[in-house]
Design a protein around this ligand. Structure first.
Ligand SMILES: NC(=O)c1ccc[n+]([C@@H]2O[C@H](COP(=O)([O-])OP(=O)(O)OC[C@H]3O[C@@H](n4cnc5c(N)ncnc54)[C@H](OP(=O)(O)O)[C@@H]3O)[C@@H](O)[C@H]2O)c1
Length: 288
């Protein structure tokens, strides 16, 4: 029997999640989208919206139950929910580290724990996890975020090995910088102030990060690529969606000695560092 193409998309109120949900809708999928800012069940622009907080077990369970009432078959789950807190390793608080890990990594774990039994019973299903090129290499002042994305990368490898026999396919999406227009989510670690010993380097790095994102790739193109990926009979395990220079950076990171990588990335992000250099907030931080 042919089942309807139903996809759940987390973090679909803005940015890459929203663009992906829209492109999937255009491609004929029944899209059930979740985010904290969706207060109640609402269908708008062909997308069914449900409240979802991936840090809250009960909210995740309620989302899955309601989504299954709407459509008892789930072809795919695309997990985009994420936050980014910029800050130095030293001055990012434990609460901020926890919030990032709870959302970006454990949020996926929570969702998968709910959806895996459903997909196993179906004998098929697709799980698409939004990582980042930061899941493959670290950069300064995105440490909690980078750690969460590295966690996703390792977790996904085991997840795929365990679930392939049940007909479940897992794909990691590794975006480079995209103009997701997510400025309202930007935030710095509360501990980052003008007296920080990292202030100059931080100002330089956040200005660079801000520049790269505002000049990043088109999020609609990413959404279309994800939609095309879901149509493939066999999805690749990793799909990097990034500019040529970001592809090159990941490639070099893999093969160059660590000290060379450090020098290249540090000079890229902290090249304007000097005593009177950048200042905190030159590029605004971001949660995503
Ligand atoms: N933009 C880029 O350049 C880029 C690059 C690499 C990777 N990525 C990844 O792509 C994904 C989307 O990033 P983005 O830049 O498009 O971010 P964004 O615009 O800030 O979107 C983040 C989304 O996550 C949702 N969200 C946050 N906390 C949540 C929670 N606890 N429960 C449910 N939803 C939650 C937000 O909605 P609510 O606030 O309404 O909950 C929002 O819809 C993230 O995983 C990010 O790491 C983005």
């Amino acid at each position: 029997m042919k089942h309807p193409k139903t996809v759940w998309v987390t973090g679909a109120s803005s940015g890459l999640g929203l663009h992906t949900a829209q492109q999937l809708g255009k491609a004929g999928w029944t899209v059930i989208a979740g985010a904290r800012s969706f207060r109640e069940l609402e269908t708008r622009d062909g997308i069914i919206r449900l409240p979802l907080d991936v840090t809250d077990e009960e909210s995740v369970r309620a989302f899955c139950d309601r989504a299954l009432e709407i459509s008892p078959w789930v072809t795919a789950v695309v997990q985009c929910a994420g936050v980014l807190v910029l800050g130095s390793c030293e001055e990012t608080s434990m609460e901020e580290y926890r919030r990032v890990m709870e959302t970006n990594f454990l949020g996926m774990v929570r969702m998968n724990r709910q959806v895996l039994p459903v997909m196993r019973a179906q004998g098929e299903g697709r799980i698409v996890l939004f990582s980042s090129i930061n899941g493959l290499m670290g950069i300064p002042f995105q440490n909690a975020y980078t750690a969460s994305k590295h966690a996703i990368e390792g977790y996904a490898e085991g997840l795929q090995m365990e679930t392939r026999p049940f007909g479940i396919q897992v794909t990691l999406i590794e975006p480079g910088d995209h103009r997701s227009g997510s400025d309202r989510y930007r935030g710095h670690a509360a501990g980052m102030g003008p007296d920080s010993p990292y202030a100059a380097a931080y100002g330089s790095a956040t200005a660079r990060i801000h520049h790269d994102e505002t000049h990043g790739s088109d999020p609609d193109v990413l959404g279309r690529k994800v939609a095309r990926l879901l149509e493939k009979r066999r999805m690749p395990f990793r799909k990097r969606i990034a500019s040529p220079d970001q592809h090159l950076a990941v490639y070099l990171h893999k093969f160059l000695p660590a000290r060379w990588n450090e020098a290249i990335l540090r000079s890229y992000y902290v090249r304007r560092e000097k005593k009177s250099g950048g200042k905190i907030g030159a590029g605004r931080g971001r949660e995503r």
